[in-house]
Ligand binder design. Structure first.
Ligand SMILES: Cc1cc2nc3c(=O)[nH]c(=O)nc-3n(C[C@H](O)[C@H](O)[C@H](O)COP(=O)(O)OP(=O)(O)OC[C@H]3O[C@@H](n4cnc5c(N)ncnc54)[C@H](O)[C@@H]3O)c2cc1C
Length: 309
């Protein structure tokens, strides 16, 4: 067995990547199949994900669009009560931040809305594969006043005033923590999540070094009697898990795995939600293993976005 410290990584590299590369990098965490990433693997992976309806992967990339439309068209968009989209009326244009999933599903529900259709048509022009099975070439719209759509690049989003920045800037963070911590993190409903799956991952495989990895518990110091007890419980558990895998599937064998088991989770949300998460998860009332990663992460975010945090 292996014991590792908890950690986190802000996914800056994926912010600079194309949408499809970002989606692949996030989606593969479920299967821990990152070793299959190559220069040409992203497109087929994302197509397969879309075909199989693994829609939560499609939440892992957002775009911010500046939409020029009439007041009536703006109101007709709001009347749809679009969920999971962030919409702000600015002088002369409307700012919309939406994930690929939310755009796909909004189009399925309201293709005839002129703003919805214009936004999806704009996205299809650059990334048709993201709307396969959804985009039908466009239909008659309910208002034929021309709608303009432009994508903001990340530097433009980062330059928005604080209140808009907080709503429209999304940040993904990869946490390597124990299962008790991820169980708490996933209670934050406005976030999108992807997590290493104990159903798909078989820790007896070579790529896992044929062993289970556990997170070092911050409660027990190495060398103490308590740490020794914890360690021997993990060793016993690993032995039973590996034995069960000889005759059963990972989803069956995992039923013996404990909270201390290491897992990876990507949390993707806007700065408003990160601010809310930090207010709850860094406070003295929060679980200490949660504070262990959230306190340094909150400090890092504050350094990046002092106007928001
Ligand atoms: C110290 C601590 C102890 C806890 N103990 C327990 C416990 O014993 N048992 C337990 O079950 N949970 C417990 N929790 C989890 C807690 O109840 C919340 O589920 C979790 O913290 C998510 O926070 P949230 O609901 O404020 O916001 P999030 O889910 O992060 O949502 C962010 C914001 O979105 C809005 N929002 C989201 N969904 C809705 C909705 N459906 N309706 C209205 N507004 C919505 C709200 O404005 C909310 O503030 C604990 C949390 C902490 C920090």
């Amino acid at each position: 067995m292996r014991i590792v410290a908890p950690s986190y990584t802000i996914q800056d590299d994926l912010d600079r990547a194309s949408l499809v590369v970002r989606l692949e990098a996030c989606g593969r965490i479920c299967y821990k199949s990152e070793e299959l990433i190559s220069e040409s693997s992203a497109l087929p992976f994302v197509k397969k994900i879309a075909e199989h309806g693994h829609n939560s992967v499609m939440e892992m990339a957002v775009v911010t669009l500046a939409v020029t439309c009439s007041e009536k068209q703006y109101e007709s968009l709001l009347l749809l009560e679009p969920r999971y989209l962030f919409i702000d009326r600015l002088e002369g244009e409307v700012l919309v931040t939406a994930s690929i999933r939310s755009l796909r599903e909004l189009y399925q529900r309201a293709a005839a809305n002129s703003v919805v259709q214009a936004m999806v048509a704009f996205m299809v022009s650059g990334h048709p594969y993201l709307f396969e099975g959804v985009w039908d070439g466009g239909r008659n719209v309910d208002d034929d006043t021309a709608v303009g759509v432009r994508k903001l690049d990340l530097a433009e989003v980062d330059a928005l005033p604080a209140d808009l920045l907080a709503r429209h800037r999304f940040i993904g963070v990869l946490f390597i923590v124990n299962r008790a911590v991820t169980h708490e993190i996933v209670r934050h409903r406005p976030c999108s999540f992807l997590q290493e799956s104990q159903r798909y991952c078989r820790y007896s495989q070579d790529k896992f070094d044929n062993q289970v990895t556990f997170i070092r518990p911050m409660f027990y110091e190495e060398g103490t009697e308590e740490f020794g007890l914890w360690k021997s419980a993990m060793e016993d558990t690993e032995e039973i898990y590996l034995k069960l895998l000889e005759t059963s599937t990972p989803q069956a064998a995992r039923t013996v795995l404990p909270n201390s088991c290491k897992t990876e989770i990507i949390v993707y949300c806007n700065l408003v939600e990160w601010r809310h998460i930090f207010s709850l998860r860094t406070s003295p009332a929060a679980e200490p293993s949660m504070r262990e990663v959230m306190i340094p992460l909150a400090a890092e975010m504050k350094e990046r976005y002092p106007a928001v945090f």
